[in-house]
Design a protein around this ligand. Structure first.
Ligand code: AMP
Length: 538
């Protein structure tokens, strides 16, 4: 027997309408590309979102058209999220750090019809323009006074939307319609397109609003450091509107000092970003002796959260919480939210749990399998390839040439993990980063986390280098802190009591900085190239 309830589509426009009805005074603040702080309310944003929806419709943007955007986290890109998706078109957020060739590739692959960009990226747009196959018009996300001269007829966002009326009849359509798309960062092979549906985003937004996720609520302020081109800033532009949270967009300034200043002046309670940005911010406050007056909690995802970072922030009264997800998962998979009874325990008792990626969100199923595809136990010890399924997890890459899922309908994440009987998952490595030594697997993350505990180590990465007897052995690559000069031997000795013997790195090399990929994560592919043929000590 079928249920007899209304069948109303789950569209992102409903999140917008809900916010306007209930949180119209909530602020949205941006440090603009032009410089000054821009501040308005949800009610003000709604008028401009309607203006943009009207202007896009008048220009002929249709359902399913792709609208590309290369931009920073700002109120203008936020407006695009709701206006483009709301009229049934698809917002393609392009990662500017992909470099010109990959940016051109993804825009052509997605067949973007229009391209909006922040003025910072005018040189990039000028460089890729000759390769553009489908883009019909370009729009600079600024006003006339700041419009760039890139030698083409570039429309100006403020003039473009000024012509639109401040109200809009939002269409209704199938909830499975695509709302946004994002390409993977391409660290394994070329970038692959992920096409999010309204339904997936809306259901995920409900999950993001749960106390077991970030758990922020009306009256709080959140600053997404994670870019809007990195899986929709981890869904925060939707989540904040669903629960009435003030949004603070950092624009182009992501250095420690600028972030600290904005967190402080806007009284931000929550933030979200990858470990490298959390590390930069921590180093800034340590260097300057500043204190976080308002920041309570930070979501750290995209790469493993280290003990050094957890402890570092705890000294300032900030709880760093680990999350795990992927572009292919919209991105929310797990969040490590711990009950007070555990958080109140002494640090050494709760840290092992805090270092895990956390428990799965409702509707996200996780399993681990061996190389033959056999399902492995959730005993917290056995590790295997992590596979997932759920309503906001990819079913197929855009224009995929081969099936994206396993025969029985799971998505293989490419991560290696353990899952304990309480549901806590721990990423031990990317499958391709695991160091295979003498028939055993060693986690590069474990070695990195141990190295980061050394007071003289600012950042660390581990790769496997070939070894005649053991197949591979770990090489630890270290960036020293400005004020320290540890030797390789000293670091090796430091690691001995902290790691199993099999994981002791055979060598330590020092570099000035680690290569970072398009989303701020350490690029191990580059390190492998740099240290190709590296001769380990006998
Ligand atoms: P992306 O699609 O760029 O967001 O990258 C997703 C990948 O980042 C995952 O498959 C993991 O390899 C890695 N990742 C994300 N969160 C974590 C985490 N908490 N710990 C370790 N790796 C993570």
């Amino acid at each position: 027997m079928r249920g007899l309830m209304m069948d109303r589509p789950l569209l992102t426009t409903e999140i917008l309408k809900h916010a306007v009805r209930n949180f119209r005074h909530t602020e949205i603040v941006t440090r603009t590309v032009e410089g000054p702080i821009h501040r308005y309310t949800v009610a003000d944003s709604y008028k401009r979102i309607c203006q943009l929806a009207n202007a896009l419709t008048a220009m002929g943007v249709k359902r399913g058209d792709r609208v590309g955007v290369i931009g920073w986290n700002t109120y203008r890109q936020f407006e695009m999220y709701y206006a483009v998706g709301g009229i049934g078109a698809v917002l393609h957020t392009v990662n500017p750090r992909l470099g010109p060739d990959n940016a051109a590739f993804v825009i052509n692959h997605a067949e973007d019809d229009y391209l909006f960009f922040d003025t910072t990226f005018a040189p990039l747009v000028a460089a890729i323009r000759p390769q553009m196959k489908t883009v019909k018009a370009y729009f600079a996300l600024t006003d006339r006074a700041h419009a760039p001269d890139i030698g083409v007829d570039v429309h100006v966002y403020e003039n473009f939307i000024a012509e639109g009326a401040e109200s809009f009849e939002w269409p209704e359509f199938d909830e499975n319609t695509a709302v946004a798309m994002c390409y993977t960062s391409g660290t394994t092979g070329g970038p692959k397109g992920v096409l999010y549906s309204h339904r997936a985003i809306v259901i995920q937004t409900f999950a993001c609003g749960l106390p077991i996720a970030i758990g922020c609520k009306e009256g709080d302020a959140l600053l997404p450091i994670v870019p809007m081109f990195h899986v929709n800033a981890w869904n925060t532009p939707y989540t904040c509107m669903m629960v009435g949270v003030k949004q603070v967009f950092p624009g182009p300034k992501l250095d420690g000092e600028s972030l600290f200043e904005l967190l402080d002046s806007e009284k931000v309670d929550y933030s979200a970003g990858v470990p490298t940005v959390w590390l930069n911010l921590l180093q800034y406050v340590e260097r300057t002796g500043k204190e976080f007056r308002y920041l309570k909690k930070g979501l750290c995802g995209g790469a493993a959260l280290s003990e050094a970072l957890i402890k570092g922030y705890e000294r300032y009264g900030v709880e760093l919480q680990q999350g795990w997800g992927m572009t292919e998962m919209s991105p929310l998979g797990t969040v490590n939210s711990l009950p007070k009874s555990i958080l109140d325990k002494p640090q050494n008792e709760r840290l092992p749990l805090q270092l895990k990626a956390g428990r799965a969100m409702p509707f996200v199923d996780m399993r681990i399998v061996d190389d033959a595809g056999e399902v492995l136990p959730h005993d917290g010890v056995t590790d295997g390839r992590l596979q997932v399924r759920g309503p906001w997890i990819i079913g197929s890459y855009y224009k995929a040439e081969k099936p994206t899922l396993t025969i029985d309908g799971w998505f293989d994440t490419g991560d290696v993990a353990t899952i304990d009987p309480d549901g806590f998952m721990q990423i031990t490595d990317r499958a391709k980063d695991v160091i295979k030594t003498g028939g055993e697997w060693v986690s590069s993350i474990d070695i990195e986390n141990a190295a980061l505990m050394h007071p003289g180590v600012a950042n660390a990465a581990v790769i496997g280098v070939s070894h005649p007897k053991w197949q591979e052995r770990p090489l630890l690559i270290v960036v020293k802190r400005d004020d320290a000069d540890p030797s390789a031997e000293e670091i090796k000795e430091f690691l001995k009591p902290r790691l199993d013997k099999i994981a002791w790195p055979d060598a330590v090399e020092f570099v000035d900085e680690l290569p970072l990929g398009a989303t701020g994560k350490v690029l191990k592919t580059e390190l492998r190239k740099k240290f190709k043929g590296y001769a380990l000590p006998a």
